[in-house]
Design a protein around this ligand. Structure first.
Ligand code: ADP
Ligand code: ZN
Length: 528
């Protein structure tokens, strides 16, 4: 190859000499050979599989500077330091730098003194950056976190859209796009938007066999979490994900009060607090980080023993990414999620009232449906999770549905009672949330029920054979199966769907998952 001198080291020599590892893992060698030979690659590998080496090694083997596009500005200094510790000449350019720092990096690049140059994507919309790149020699472009180009995703970065410019302006420079997100749809979107449809694709197995998946009914989530940590993970480092900033703060305080050192992380905290909490989490053993999904992308903490979700993730991809931060060292780890009716109502309501066009809402709805199906499944969670990424597998023995297979029961009659109540109310041009509808079914004469004259409904009291908790399970599962819907009014009111009509007519049966009671506060499941 003309761009390589005869003394160019081989990838394996570089791996040993620079990184101190003796062999490549999985697809690493094939990816590296492709890029070293000047070809493009699209790499889908789960978190922890070793994506970084896939561009670091070729950047060292090929002549010139490897330009790495990364959205993780906060981590650039760490990445550069880690490279420097290995004797690799690395630097970064982003908006946080002083002008003289930036100029120093620029001249090092032009002088050919850098092996790796990390760039924030927005730098490429500045013409002077493109001109700067022209003045040096580029060995490759690596586009990290490439799923940021996918418009529906929660990590979407508009700046990623212009990265197609790389292939247009420097067609001879190999490009490698990397992501830990891997549905066929996302891979396709990355390929099209980054003009990498001709690139060789490498799709690793997404199985993380050392992670035990557990999804439990939400009762008192903070107390449930505390019990999990005390009984199974005392002193272990872990991450708690919450939906809102407020709940992040409250949960961190709750854990700390209960003797578990926990730090908050969310976009509302000052940058210094965030970065100090993040580095404490990485450096001090046994800390708990409580964060919104803003926390974690790019975090390389090998010994996170557990990840807990106190709120339902919006998509299976998000769930997979977040749980994937557990057990990166290969040792056993727990992925635990508490999930309940309020999560479904809240997320359906957020979608119904969100901005964006109908197609966008439909996509969000499909992502939520897949997440709900994973929560409600009575089959192996891992099989379902991998199937979502298009990968076949068999029952794993390391998830809650494998170790304690849930029973199903015929919920057709309760479903009909509930749907009738919603229909009856609708006939009176009234819509209510789950709590009030359940009061009607249970025959609870609450002040509101009496005031609204709902004791006179024919369905009043017809559901006294189930407990309130069981009714909440019925409502939740009907919502998950789209046999019931949340209205667009933003109040979480219940509505019937096309599927409801089939249930009411008796042409469709409803199989429900039976839940083990969670705490002494809920009555034991009925024996019938
Ligand atoms: P990813 O970016 O895919 O999440 P990283 O590139 O951060 O993963 O790699 C995860 C860890 O695995 C790192 O600590 C890295 O040094 C290590 N690693 C990667 N490849 C190898 C290898 N071939 N041999 C030994 N360790 C490796
Ligand atoms: Zn399983």
């Amino acid at each position: 190859m003309q761009h390589m001198t005869s003394t160019a080291p081989s990838p394996l020599e570089t791996l040993e000499r620079v990184f101190g590892y003796s062999s490549f893992r999985g697809d690493q060698a094939a990816v590296i050979d492709t890029v070293v030979a000047g070809g493009d690659a699209l790499v889908l590998m789960p978190t922890g599989a070793g994506k970084s080496l896939c561009y670091q090694v070729p950047a060292l083997v090929r002549e010139g500077t490897g330009v790495v596009i990364s959205p993780l500005i906060a981590l650039m200094q760490d990445q550069v330091d880690a490279m420097a510790a290995l004797g690799v000449r690395a630097a970064f350019l982003n908006s946080t730098q002083a002008p003289e720092q930036r100029r120093a990096v620029e001249s090092a690049y032009v002088a050919g003194e850098l092996d790796l140059l990390y760039l924030a994507p927005e730098r490429l919309s500045v013409p002077s950056t493109l001109q700067l790149l022209d003045r040096g020699r580029i060995s490759l472009f690596a586009i990290d976190e490439a799923h940021c180009v996918a418009s529906w995703g929660h990590d979407f970065r508009p700046d990623y859209l212009q990265l197609a410019v790389l292939g247009q302006r420097w067609p001879a420079v190999p490009r490698i796009a990397l992501t830990a997100t891997a549905t066929a749809a996302t891979a396709e979107e990355i390929a099209v938007r980054l003009q990498l449809t001709e690139a060789r694709r490498f799709v690793a197995s997404f199985d993380r066999p050392n992670i035990e998946y557990r999804i439990v009914p939400k009762d008192n989530p903070r107390a449930q979490l505390l019990e999990l940590l005390r009984t199974e993970h005392p002193g272990d480092a872990g991450i708690v994900y919450c939906l809102s900033r407020k709940s992040v703060e409250q949960t961190a305080t709750f854990l700390t009060k209960n003797g578990i050192a926990a730090l908050p992380y969310h976009a509302g905290l000052p940058a210094e607090v965030r970065s100090s909490n993040q580095s404490r989490f990485l450096r001090e053993p046994g800390l708990v980080m409580v964060g919104t999904i803003a926390f974690g992308m790019g975090i390389d903490h090998p010994s996170v023993r557990w990840v807990a979700h106190l709120d339902l993730p919006k998509s299976v991809e998000g769930y997979y990414q977040e749980t994937g931060r557990a057990g990166r060292d290969g040792e056993p780890a727990t992925a635990w999620l508490a999930y309940g009716l309020a999560d479904v109502v809240q997320q359906r309501r957020m979608i119904e009232t969100s901005d964006g066009d109908a197609a966008h809402r439909r996509r969000l709805g499909q992502h939520l449906d897949a997440m709900l199906a994973l929560c409600e499944t009575v089959e192996c969670r891992r099989v379902q999770l991998l199937a979502y990424f298009g990968q076949d597998s068999s029952a794993c023995g390391n998830c809650d549905t494998c170790t304690a297979p849930p029973q199903t029961w015929d919920g057709t009659v309760p479903a009909q009672k509930l749907l009738s109540a919603v229909v009856r109310l609708d006939q009176r041009r009234q819509r209510y949330g789950a709590g009030h509808v359940i009061d009607i079914l249970l025959g609870n004469e609450t002040p509101r029920v009496k005031q609204l004259d709902h004791t006179t409904l024919t369905v009043f009291g017809v559901g006294a054979d189930l407990t309130e908790g069981e009714w909440r399970g019925v409502v939740r599962q009907l919502l998950a199966q789209r046999l019931l819907a949340v209205g667009t009014d933003g109040y979480g009111t219940l509505e019937v769907t096309a599927g409801s009509a089939e249930v009411l007519r008796g042409t469709r049966t409803v199989a429900l998952r039976r839940e083990a009671p969670r705490s002494p506060r809920s009555r034991p499941a009925r024996r019938s």
